[in-house]
Design a protein around this ligand. Structure first.
Ligand code: FES
Length: 330
């Protein structure tokens, strides 16, 4: 892993619903966290169908009295993580990592546009609070399907006032990324957290607006794809053997469980370390990473095993020699 993860135990202090599908969970780590970078996230150890797994959640605002606040959207299409998190009760013990941030924000600029899509609002609260403390020009755009989905809206509203723009799809107030980016002054930075489709649209609009790619900072949800999350098969080109990737496991997990040592780093679809070579597809790949370009995704010569999935069967080249393959007789 890129970061040596520091795990600690924590206690669930409280839970409450922020919307009908978003639940806030307050955790108290055994070792109190007093400070962390705005936009930080933690990994949480969960049991899914009796198997140990982990999920990543952004912190909502800075730590308060050593406690950490996260918010979890109950996803019908999830691989089981959100159900496990929604089942947590006050007093329960759960292992978490120390907060770290993947946002690489240049805090020295004068103008910032924050863009949040749905549950992507969670890291934005802390980033908005940090920027609001500085004498910067700041506007936050918060896109949701409907106003009732807008978790944390009141908190953001009291923090930002009229610098907060809510874009509710059912109120015909959709976020126009092209116009938003075109209107920004030179040197502005945009910080985005939202689903993959939103990020892809933002990258396109940012490029069209002639802005430097490095001035668009983002995080996305590794679980958001174009296709429903379902079981698929991976065929090993050298042997023709097949591995089933269940809907609640990643391709990376399935390959490693079958004895193929696929190296990984971020496990969030951001670094490309886990990329495997694809030699044939019977079906369709659902690229869920933010590492490959649109062109590379279209070619589908590689896929990120940590987050990307497929419909049907994907044949991959593991780069193992046949005598090195798991199960081969020496
Ligand atoms: S481990 Fe980073 S993209 Fe998969």
């Amino acid at each position: 892993m890129r970061f040596a993860e520091q795990w600690t135990s924590s206690t669930v202090v409280s839970t409450r619903n922020l919307t009908s599908l978003i639940r806030e969970i307050v955790l108290e780590p055994d070792v109190a966290v007093t400070t962390c970078a705005p936009g930080s996230h933690i990994n949480v150890a969960v049991m899914i169908d009796g198997q140990a797994d982990k999920r990543s959640y952004s912190l909502v605002g800075p730590p308060e009295q050593g406690r950490l606040r996260i918010a979890v959207r109950l996803a019908a299409d999830s691989r089981g993580g959100s159900q496990a998190m929604w089942a947590l009760k006050p007093g329960q013990r759960i292992d978490i990592t120390h907060p770290t941030s993947l946002f690489e924000i240049d805090w020295s600029r004068q103008h910032y546009a924050l863009i949040a899509g749905g549950i992507g609002v969670t890291p934005m609260l802390g980033i908005a609070a940090a920027l609001a403390r500085r004498s910067t020009e700041l506007t936050m755009h918060y896109a949701v399907k409907s106003r009732s989905d807008a978790a944390l809206h009141d908190e953001l509203s009291s923090l930002l006032g009229d610098r907060l723009r809510l874009h509710a799809g059912d109120e015909d107030a959709r976020l126009d990324l092209d116009a938003t980016f075109r209107a920004l002054p030179e040197g502005a930075v945009a910080v985005l957290c939202g689903p993959l489709r939103m990020l892809e649209a933002a990258r396109h609009a940012w490029h069209q607006a002639g802005r430097p790619a490095s001035d668009l900072c983002f995080e996305t949800f590794g679980s958001s794809g174009r296709l429903p999350t379902s079981e698929f098969r991976v065929r090993i080109a050298a042997t023709g053997s097949e591995i089933v990737v269940p809907r609640d496991r990643s391709m990376l997990d399935a390959l490693n469980a079958a004895g193929f040592e696929v190296i990984s780093d971020c496990e969030r679809g951001e670094c490309g370390v886990c990329a495997v070579d694809v030699t044939a597809i019977e079906g369709e790949i659902d690229h869920r990473d933010v590492f490959f370009s649109e062109h590379q995704k279209h070619d589908s010569g590689k896929m990120c095993a940590c987050v990307s999935r497929a419909r049907g069967t994907v044949t991959i080249d593991t780069l193992y020699r046949p005598d090195q393959l798991p199960g081969a007789v020496a």
